[in-house]
Structures are given as C-alpha cells and as structure tokens.
Ligand binder design. Structure first.
Ligand code: NAP
Ligand code: GLV
Length: 308
C-alpha cells in the first residue's frame, strides 16, 4: 500500500517512524516527491494543494492530519472516497490545556494586571471563586466535550451548545439555533470549538456578541471564518466585550497590517491551541490503514452532507 504524506507543518520523518513501528516497512512518499501517481492508495494530509488529490487516479482513502477538514471539503475536485478526520488524545490534551490557560487568564485578571503594568499601577483585585465565572463552550464534540468537562472539574460554571441535544453531568446543555441567544446570555467567557461549515461560518458576529453579558470575553480556537472580524473590533472598542483571545484567523499567518495586532485587548496566538502528535495519533491512522487493507469500515469518516 503506497501512502502520500502532504503537510507543510507536520514532520514526515516522525510520522513514517511512528507508522512503521505499528505496521512494518511502508511505501511512504512525501509530497511533492510522488513517484507514479497511479500507485498511491492513501493520502495523509494537512491542507493539500487544491486539485492534488484528484490527480491520484487510484486513491482509496483520504486521512486528515487535522480535526477540521473544511479546506478539503471546499476542494470541488475532492475524490469521492472515504475522508477521515483526526480524532486523537494528543489533540484533546493540548486543546484542554490551552482553553484552561486562556479561561484562567481572564478569571484571575491577568489581562487587567498586564494593562496596569503598562501604566505602573499597583492595584489588587480580590480573586473570585471559579464558580463565579460562567464559561460557555460552542461545540460539544471530540474536543468541546472534554474541554467543557475539564472546566467543570476545575470549578467553573459551565454550559455548552451543540447542534443535537447532549447530556453532560454538571454542564448545562443547549442545542440548536433557537437556543443560541439563551446560551450566550449566561457566558462570561465564550469558547468556540465548532467545525467550520456553511451553518457555522460567521457565527461569532455582532448579534451573538450583543447576546453576551457586558464585559464578556471571546476565545476562538475553532476557525478564523467563524468570526466576523469587524464585529469583534466594534464590540471590543465599544467596551461591550472585555477582550478576545484568538488562535485562528481568516488568513494565516495573520497579515502584519491586520487591526487585531494593534488592539491591546485582543490576544493572538499563531494557530497553536491543539497539536496532532504522531507519537499518539499514528495509532488511529495505523488502525485505518489496517481496516482499509481488510476491507473494513474506517474510523471517523466525515459526513460530507453535514460538513463535519
Ligand atoms: P467534532 O467532534 O466534529 O464536534 C463538533 C461539535 O460541533 C459537535 O458537538 C457538533 O454538534 C457541533 N456543531 C456542528 N455544527 C453545529 C451547528 N450548526 N450548530 C451547533 N453545533 C454544531 O469536532 P472536534 O474534533 O471537536 O473539532 C472542532 C473544531 O475545532 C475543528 O473542526 C477545528 O475547526 C477546531 N480545531 C482547532 C484547533 C486549533 O489548534 N485551533 C485544533 C483542532 C481543532 P453535534 O454534537 O450535535 O453533532
Ligand atoms: C487544527 O486546527 C485541526 O483542525 O486539527
């Protein structure tokens, strides 16, 4: 079985090593050194160039190195073979750490102390219990659910929002568009962990910000196109929102002249909230390669109609 690896951020040497540990020697090709395109059975990819996968005539499966697969679905020439997204503990662990750190930053007023430091102001702010901060998580899937549970276990008051109803102990769950404003009304911190689909694009907009309590914070670790950039700037500049922490952007890297860079209450990280580590994530890829060889159904196949 020949595998084509395509990514400009993942390490092909580590991926080959971890897959061969589990499966033995592999015909592992790293784009752009494809060899004979007709020999490629499986593509293991992060944001491949548009049209590349359509040029592999005997492709049998596409395995994403990422949880989000919107750029693959936007490639109109994407071959009609199973497309599997990444679901792995390394993504869960790193996302949980990142969101907890971000929520704690605001809960313990570190943003305000940073602003005080710029003016050499010594002003103590008495800490409040974690339960006094209400955190809302949009998306309760492979990442959103464990994030909500970790926030709950830390003592925060947690609510979640998803497309279909959920029951999570100690988390107030809301479902569907009709419940979005009611969900938002109780979020001091709003964490976006939705997939990017036609239904969720632009969902972090002026209407949703208006439904948040005054002084709320937005943490976007989903995708840049969930956010209407101008609406965030307006909500932050008007003082309705206390601030935002953004890990993902419409254009990445974020262009140097983007106004987000110069807003003191907008924090920017370069798409690092969660990582797919080959040391653990090779397991699910190896399992899918075994299943493909044996003609068994693959794991984590994307529902193309639903878009995630
Ligand atoms: P997932 O398991 O597919 O979960 C998606 C969740 O979103 C589900 O709970 C789903 O509801 C909900 N959802 C989807 N469409 C919705 C809608 N229209 N309205 C309300 N809820 C909706 O995805 P995941 O693995 O948790 O990943 C989520 C996203 O995180 C990825 O798609 C990616 O964009 C982002 N991500 C970012 C980073 C980073 O480093 N910044 C890293 C990894 C992933 P149901 O449960 O009802 O289906
Ligand atoms: C990263 O952003 C991912 O979707 O895995």
């Amino acid at each position: 079985m020949a595998i084509l690896f395509v990514s400009d951020i993942d390490d092909p040497v580590a991926w080959r090593r971890e897959l061969e540990k589990r499966l033995g020697p592999l015909d592992f090709r790293v784009w752009p050194e494809i060899g004979d395109a007709a020999e490629i059975d499986v593509a293991l990819v992060w944001r491949p160039p548009r049209g590349l996968l359509a040029s592999l005539p005997n492709l049998r499966a596409i395995l994403a190195l990422s949880a989000g697969i919107e750029t693959l679905l936007e490639d109109r020439s994407l071959p009609d073979v199973p497309l599997c997204r990444m679901v792995d503990e390394s993504l869960v662990v790193t996302m949980r750490e990142f969101v907890l750190a971000a929520v704690l930053l605001y809960h313990r007023d570190l943003d305000r102390y940073e602003a005080q430091q710029r003016r050499a102001v010594w002003h103590m702010r008495p800490p409040r219990p974690a339960s006094a901060t209400r955190v809302g998580v949009m998306g309760l899937g492979a990442l959103g659910r464990p994030v909500a549970e970790a926030l709950r276990d830390f003592g925060f008051t947690v609510r979640g929002w998803s497309r279909t109803p959920k029951e999570i102990e100690g988390v107030a769950c809301f479902a569907g568009r009709g419940a979005l404003a009611a969900f938002a009304g109780g979020c001091d911190v709003l964490v976006n962990l939705l997939p990017l689909t036609p239904e969720t694009e632009g969902i972090l907009n002026a209407g949703l910000f208006a439904a948040l309590p005054r002084g709320a914070v937005v943490i976007n670790v989903g995708r840049g196109r969930h956010l209407v950039d101008a609406d965030l700037i307006e909500a932050v500049d008007s003082g309705h929102l206390r601030g935002a922490l953004l890990d993902v952007f419409r254009e990445e890297p974020l262009p140097e002249d983007h106004p987000f860079w110069r807003r003191p209450n907008i924090r920017i990280t370069p798409h690092v909230a969660a990582y797919t580590l080959p040391e653990s994530a090779a397991e699910v890829v190896a399992e899918n390669l075994r299943r493909l060889s044996a003609g068994r159904p693959l794991l984590h196949v994307v529902d193309r109609m639903r878009g995630y």
